[in-house]
Design a protein around this ligand. Structure first.
Ligand code: UDP
Ligand code: MG
Length: 324
């Protein structure tokens, strides 16, 4: 019998969190999802260098409802989630982080919303101030603001990975072959009814955040370029503005010269300053174009997004899969 609920968790060096994570998950899942509404749990080991994979395999041995997707190296959180999504069998899919920042106890709340008929349910983290540093929150704020603008869906919290999806949305996402995808935004583009529920947010139980500033910047570029052409269109607007300014300045200089024919050389340095400003703007534009072209290049090469070494599941199936 197919499970009803699939819970998807990416794991990268989380050995310190796995025991508590499993303990709390087991309690919630067994307490709320039984019989017809059975659950399955899919972990992706994203090339962990610690004992995470071993621990997951141990778990899978003791519980046939656990699947473990093993990557051959680290491909990042979103690829890890994608690989797990490719394995889901449930009608409702919930994703969450392994570090217990997303309390597993909130899962039934999200599932209930899906049952009300929503396609996507996002968690909206409450009380984040106490748990994350300013340096982790500020980039998130920017990410949220830009995502709201580029995707046109007004949610408070795109970064929260405690989310639930209907199976239809997951299937649609799996059809997307692009490499740089930000799952919450991608899901929203396939959903008709989207909602948000407040969820508790805790401090990372153990270990450090796997996201540095650079990874966040990269994620932001992914978001901007894969979900909108707005930056490219902004370039044209900028171009028009700059030419208008230039023309205005030309007219001003012309009039100034006619009024003061004796002071012709004075403005040279002003001109330089303005010229450099324009050159700067041009380079910025080149950079942006380059960003898109680079991404087109990556897509055209069409290399696999990740390599699954093996999918482990005890007693039901255990087979090597071909790369997606
Ligand atoms: N993660 C992953 N691959 C990575 C980085 C992170 O699978 O390359 C997982 C990690 O194990 C965790 C989740 O993604 O379950 C979120 O990571 P983290 O808590 O470090 O991110 P933050 O909470 O700082 O956004
Ligand atoms: Mg975290």
């Amino acid at each position: 019998m197919n499970p009803y609920l699939s819970v998807v968790i990416p794991i990268y060096n989380e050995e310190a969190n796995i025991p508590q994570l499993w303990e709390r998950l087991a309690k919630v899942l067994d307490g709320n999802f039984t019989g017809e509404r059975n659950w399955e749990l899919i972990f992706t080991d994203d090339g962990s260098k610690d004992r995470s994979l071993m621990m997951l395999l141990e778990l899978a041995k003791s519980e046939p409802r656990i699947k473990v997707v093993e990557f051959n190296r680290n491909y990042g959180q979103h690829s890890a989630i994608f690989a797990a999504l490719a394995e889901v069998e449930g009608r409702v899919v919930v994703t969450l982080d392994a570090d217990l920042q997303n309390p597993p106890e909130e899962i039934p709340k999200l599932v209930a919303k899906i049952e009300e008929g929503y396609d996507v349910v996002g968690g909206w983290r409450q009380g984040r101030e106490e748990n994350d540093s300013v340096f982790r929150r500020l980039p998130s704020k920017v990410v949220n603001a830009i995502t709201r603008r580029t995707t046109g869906v007004k949610l408070h919290d795109y970064g929260c990975m405690l989310r639930a999806y209907s199976r239809e949305v997951v299937d649609a996402m799996l059809l997307c072959k692009e490499r740089s995808s930000f799952i919450p935004a991608l899901a929203n583009s396939f959903a008709k009814r989207i909602t948000e529920v407040p969820v508790a947010h805790a401090e990372r139980a153990a270990g450090d955040s796997k996201y540095g500033l650079w990874k966040l910047i990269n994620l932001q570029f992914d978001l901007l370029t894969s979900f909108s052409l707005l930056p490219l269109q902004m370039l044209s607007v900028l171009g028009v503005l700059v030419s208008a300014l230039g023309m205005g300045f030309g007219v001003y200089l012309l009039i100034y010269r006619m009024l003061h024919p004796d002071r012709t050389v004075e403005g040279v340095f002003t001109l330089f300053a303005i010229l450099f400003m324009f050159i700067g703007a041009q380079f910025l534009a080149f950079g942006l174009l380059g960003e898109y072209i680079g991404r087109i290049y990556v897509e055209v090469r069409d290399r696999p997004r990740y390599m699954v070494k093996k999918v482990h599941q005890h007693s039901l199936k255990s087979q090597a899969t071909s790369p997606k």
